[in-house]
Design a binder for this molecule. Structure first.
Ligand code: SAH
Ligand code: SF4
Ligand code: F3S
Length: 441
């Protein structure tokens, strides 16, 4: 048998890119590639990129520059750029970086093997189409290797919401849902290979409306079907949009046994003026009322969010409205960003907030979030939570896993295996994780 070729893949950005990278690795596996941990003696380097903020996009060019000597040493090395920068700046990458052989957008991954062959033939290959065929179906020939206890599964992709700051509707395209039977089949296949927890992915995952028996299924209906998959222990989903939090999904949080008490529900700002200018189509009040309804269904749910500070025309008062909203909601987790101008999006044309002012606001916001996160994490001490164990810890006999609320938990104890879900009594709360012991009896 021929020596396997070596593929080095580096993934930036969101969980969907992580999922896509796995799919690309599998597609290239069919071409005789195996992944390696460093780019040093790779036959192919693939950067799966993110375009969400300026810094994320710039990283790609600096990373590519660093591969120059590798290509000098090995002219057979092929370098590819995938992901959202590829989609947004495909032609420019080709122009700006002669090292690059392949540029492939997120909707064309299934064509990667052909593109690699073309590159081997000495041509440069660019594909940023939004083709008609179903890339997921084309990517189905997967090696049935065992895998870790947690997995992502893309069920919906793209976005039609066009928030004024965001590139996603341009890089991922219009919203599409995968059919129910294919999702369920993929889920069963993952469970057969050792997966115990599945996180359903979509840029607007709760807008899911895949074709199923009797017509389009909601995300809640899909989750209920997954709840019946034997061997699957936990279901999560991300990212949701406040406007698509339907009654059946809220109810599922109270009733569906395997659906975890954690919800990532970005609000971006707490100021009605800014939310309007962001084209978010929900306001402060509707978001707060929604959180109330979700907590009525599942009182212990951990709420996570995303925030942008320094959006064009954001005043100190607008920012305070955001801080006030955070005070009311109490977040267990949050991601916060300084607004980053994205060429081609509506907000890019508007009056920008002073950079120092924005940095100052970000610091204040992050201090508040850190405090809330810590309080919620500390409140776990003394409680018993279920933990799904994922890997060994650094200390002898120690295992690390995640609680239902997605807190990292360290436990030292005999006979804990990867993939086990066990009740754990939390004894200590550290800076980034909890410590516990197996609950007796
Ligand atoms: N589909 C998801 C996430 C989109 S991107 C949603 O609707 O929430 C993830 C996060 O990046 C966003 O929630 C937002 O907080 C942030 N983000 C997107 N565009 C940005 C920009 N131009 N500048 C700063 N942050 C941005
Ligand atoms: Fe971007 Fe808004 Fe769509 Fe989320 S909902 S992906 S922030 S445009
Ligand atoms: Fe980034 Fe594209 Fe995800 S821009 S956040 S990799 S959808």
């Amino acid at each position: 048998m021929a020596e396997p070729k070596k593929l080095y893949i580096k993934t930036y950005g969101c969980q969907m890119n992580v999922y896509d990278s796995e799919r690309m690795v599998e597609a290239m596996g069919g071409q005789g590639y195996e992944t390696v941990e460093t780019p040093d003696d790779a036959d192919m380097i693939l950067l799966n990129t993110c375009h969400i903020r300026e810094k994320a996009a710039e990283k790609v060019y600096s990373e590519l520059g660093r591969f120059k000597h590798l290509k000098a040493e090995n002219p057979e090395l092929k370098i590819g750029v995938a992901g959202c920068v590829a989609q947004a700046e495909g032609e420019e990458i080709i122009r700006r970086q002669p090292l690059v052989d392949i540029v492939v957008g997120p909707q064309s991954y299934h064509r990667l093997p052909e593109m690699e062959a073309k590159a081997r033939g000495g041509e440069r290959a660019l594909d940023t189409d939004f083709p008609e065929e179903d890339k997921f179906e084309k990517l189905k020939a997967r090696p049935r290797a065992q895998r870790g206890p947690t997995a992502f599964l893309t069920v919906q992709e793209g976005c039609d919401k066009f928030c004024a700051f965001c590139v996603v509707p341009y890089t991922r395209g219009a919203e599409v849902s995968r059919p129910v039977d294919r999702v369920l089949q993929e889920a069963r296949d993952l469970v057969d290979r050792g997966v115990r927890e599945i996180t359903l992915l979509g840029q607007n995952v709760n807008a899911y409306h895949g074709e199923g028996a009797g017509g389009a299924w909601s995300l809640a209906r899909l989750i209920w079907a997954l709840n019946d998959v034997d061997g699957l222990e936990r279901i999560r989903f991300t990212t949701s949009h406040p406007n698509d939090m339907t009654d059946d999904l809220i109810a599922a949080h109270g009733e569906c046994e395997k659906l975890m008490p954690y919800l990532h529900l970005p609000v971006q700002s707490g100021s009605d003026k800014i939310l309007k200018r962001m084209n978010r189509s929900h306001d402060r009040d509707s978001y707060l009322r929604l959180i109330e309804r979700i907590r009525a269904a599942r009182p212990d749910i951990l709420i996570s969010g995303d925030f942008i500070v320094g959006f064009p025309e954001e005043t100190e008062q607008d920012f305070r409205d955001t801080m006030d909203l955070i005070e009311q909601v109490k977040y267990g987790q949050a991601f916060s960003f300084k607004y980053s101008t994205r060429p081609g999006t509506p907000a890019a044309e508007r009056a920008q907030v002073d950079a120092d002012e924005a940095s100052d606001r970000l610091q204040r916001l992050q201090a508040l979030i850190t405090k809330q996160q810590r309080e919620i994490q500390d409140s776990m001490v003394g409680k018993t939570v279920n933990v799904l164990f994922e890997k060994e810890g650094r200390l002898p006999g120690q295992m690390v896993g995640k609680s239902d609320y997605l807190h990292a938990v360290h436990v030292t104890g005999d006979g804990i295996l990867r993939g086990d879900v066990r009740p754990v009594t939390i004894v200590q709360s550290g800076p980034n994780s909890l410590a516990g012991r197996l609950t007796q009896g």
